[in-house]
Design a protein around this ligand. Sequence first.
Ligand SMILES: [Zn+2]
Length: 361
Amino acid sequence: MIERNATSSGFGGLRRNLARAKRLFQLIAIAVSYYTGVLWAYTWLALRGKAVVLTYHRVLPSELQRNSFSSNAIVVTPETFELHLRFIRRFLRPITPAEFTRKISSGEPFESRTCLVTFDDAWYDNMEYALPLLKKYGVPAVLFVPTDFPGGERYFWYDRLNRLLFYAWQHRGMADEVFDRLGARNVLSMDERGARAAIRSVVSNLRHSSEAAVDQTINELQAALKRARPELCLQGEDYFLTWSQLATLSKSEVFYIGSHAVTHTPMTEIDLDTVSEELVRSKLEIQQRLGLEPALFAYPNGNVNAHIADRVRDAGYAVAFTTEVGFVSERCSPWQLKRINMFEYAASSRRNLLARIAGLN
Ligand SMILES: [Zn+2]
């Protein structure tokens, strides 16, 4: 059962208040440094002779986010994305992935405030909402594709499970036994807001379960829902581009295609031979499907170590990106490049965007 223990909820309240106070202080510091010009000066100094690589995942209008179970940490609205592109056009120097790769490979210094835009996972909305804006502002980007994902039903299991449990909550009586088995029957009597939060916590607890147990729950829910409501679209807003859409994107002269491995399994969780196999297989598949050789790679989840980075180099990729935060200079290792992740709550104003780039937000 999901119950709140009085002691932990007391500590939880204190923690929440402290977090709120910290966030408030942070926002005030950002505003003061922004309006006095200190934040600008600091950021431009830090970006002297360096590039900043921005990570995006999804560009999804707020009204569609209701049907999405993606984490907030990977979504921006089209309005925020446009604000970012205007900022990049006005204050930074957008670079093509090819030119970025050439500079890193030849050890040539970057012009100050160079900016490379990257997208991970190949979500469907990248074509619908990101592409027109990238075109409008003439900003190139690289799209990292996990080659098992396009066109398939394979999205991250926790998004899928979140959605299926939510649908089962919406259509109570269809799969109540799954809630029983998960020890979460009380979710069925909650209102929507409470149910969404409780389901997230149920799914989060399942992260410690075996893959087989998770698969069993997903299959059971899917079968029950399909049986009861065959017309239900189980994918919501969370699905990926197809190979034919990727072919269109790769010809757009806006999106370059890079590899994000095959299965999106963090590479520190598989043995090195499997790492190499994923690296070679995803490269081959992109070559065969799209007729281009991907030179750029992004580590699933950002997980990497020196041995894995060597495998990426040996597989013939010229550069590879982690999720570690920082800037890029010609002195960085080409196979462990840092980036800055962008999402709505961290960067929905110009002020917060600048602070995010500076590493303060
Ligand atoms: Zn990813």
